[in-house]
Design a protein around this ligand. Structure first.
Ligand code: ATP
Ligand code: MG
Length: 411
């Protein structure tokens, strides 16, 4: 019969790799908890409307990348990101009544119908943080600090932080118009995507990866607008204060005026963390402030800031981990006694395997030496005397000990 294969753009995370994933998830839990953040788990399916309204109709995600299907006359989408879902839950569960800031973190699979390539899958995983209720730059600084601490805790240091401020809807409006005015004369020379973005989401133009577009945006009159200081007084103050905190905290960053991020909902701060060791898809983390989103999704006006990291990209930067092996492997021809000893030791927290195929002693020893630190031998003599022969499989040293004491030798 024809073999069924994994879907294009999706991957199995195999047993030999899962320990790395668990390590990273563990670090996330420890580090984010150290800031008082709580984990939240929201559904993978949501109403399509949530993303249309929450991520924005002008984004690539909503326009091209969503997995959407109909069920009982409802349009349902596999979540392409998790900020919208967390915001929905924040509103629905009345978390605005909790004292601010409300700090939430999550990890899990996301789905985007994109062209699969290195660093880009159709099912991928993100770990992220959302912080609600504080409009001051202290919140932006702490969120960036959370990302930094987490990346350091998994062992990554060779990363660069880029920041920018997109201003508020008010000061951005003027900037967008100026940008459109200087770019308009070149409109017919832009790529198809940029021609579409021009009206719908002009900031995204700057984000274009097409060289001929970037050459146009490098023209002096366009650069002048890009580098102009369009922020209103409040937005400028927020940005200056954030940079001040980052400087004082020793967080190295560079400012990138072209950093606009793909999503519609950002206001003021946006940031990315990149690795030089990743090639074309080099962004590990993307985040920013989204003060308008809670209101846009039907809640009260609530300032918020957060980030999401791609776990596959992050994990691809980590060294391979040595697989852990079991503490003990029971070698015996008396299956019942083997089961009993295994259960005793497992209840004390040890990882114990035994031979289930009832092979010869020598075969069992061979298997033990491949999969465990100790062989626990239960021969006829040992069983009759209530003893166990413990063999250290690294040094080959062996000693016969009282059965109730054998756990001491495993430690
Ligand atoms: P990109 O410019 O790479 O498409 P994005 O702006 O779409 O990124 P975000 O929505 O901000 O990405 O997601 C945050 C992070 O999630 C990215 O920095 C990246 O590490 C990861 N990520 C995004 N899309 C994918 C994907 N298709 N496959 C693997 N990781 C992804
Ligand atoms: Mg993308």
């Amino acid at each position: 019969m024809k073999q069924i294969k994994v879907l294009k753009g999706t991957k199995d995370i195999l047993p030999q790799d899962v320990e790395t994933w668990q390590f990273v998830e563990d670090c996330a839990n420890k580090v984010f908890s150290s800031f008082g953040a709580k984990e939240i788990r929201t559904p993978i399916i949501e109403a399509t409307e949530l993303f249309a309204r929450g991520v924005g109709n002008t984004t690539d995600i909503v326009n091209k990348e969503m997995y959407t299907f109909e069920k009982s006359d409802r349009s349902i989408t596999l979540r392409p990101e998790n900020t919208a879902g967390v915001v929905r839950s924040y509103i629905e569960n009345g978390m605005s009544r909790l004292s601010a800031p409300v700090k939430l973190w999550y990890h899990g699979p996301m789905f985007r119908y994109e062209r699969p390539q290195a660093g880009r899958q159709r099912q991928f995983h993100q770990v992220g943080v959302e912080m609600f209720g504080i409009d001051k730059p202290t919140a932006d600084a702490e969120v960036i600090l959370m990302a930094e601490n987490f990346l350091k805790s998994v062992g990554l240091t060779d990363l660069s932080v880029e920041i920018n401020s997109l201003g508020c809807p008010k000061c951005r409006l003027e900037y967008k118009e100026k940008l459109k005015n200087v770019i308009r004369p070149y409109l017919d020379k832009l790529c198809d995507d940029c021609q579409e973005r021009f009206e719908k989401n002009p900031l995204r133009l700057l984000d274009c990866k097409v060289e001929s577009c970037q050459a146009i945006y490098a023209k002096p009159e366009i650069q002048e607008v890009i580098n102009s200081d369009f922020l209103c007084d409040d937005c400028k103050k927020h940005y200056v204060e954030l940079k001040d905190y980052l400087n004082k905290l020793g967080i190295k960053y560079s400012e990138n005026k072209l950093l606009v991020r793909g999503l519609d909902y950002y206001t003021r701060t946006v940031f990315e963390i990149k690795s030089n060791n990743l090639g074309a898809q080099n962004a590990v983390c993307g985040g920013g402030r989204y003060d308008g989103l809670v209101e846009q999704l039907g809640g009260e006006h609530t300032p918020a800031v957060g980030f999401a990291m791609g776990m596959e990209r992050l994990i691809s930067l980590l060294p391979e981990r040595k697989q852990t092996i079991s503490d003990g492997f029971i070698v015996s021809n008396d299956m019942t006694e083997a089961f009993k000893l295994a259960q005793e030791l497992r209840s004390q927290g040890f990882n114990i395997e035994m031979d289930l195929a009832n092979k010869k002693f020598t075969k069992q020893l061979e298997k033990a030496s491949k999969s465990a630190k100790y062989a626990l031998i239960l021969g006829e003599d040992e069983i009759s005397q209530n003893k166990v022969s413990v063999k250290n499989l690294e040094t080959s040293q062996q000693q016969t000990v009282d059965r109730h004491e054998c756990s001491k030798y495993l430690k």
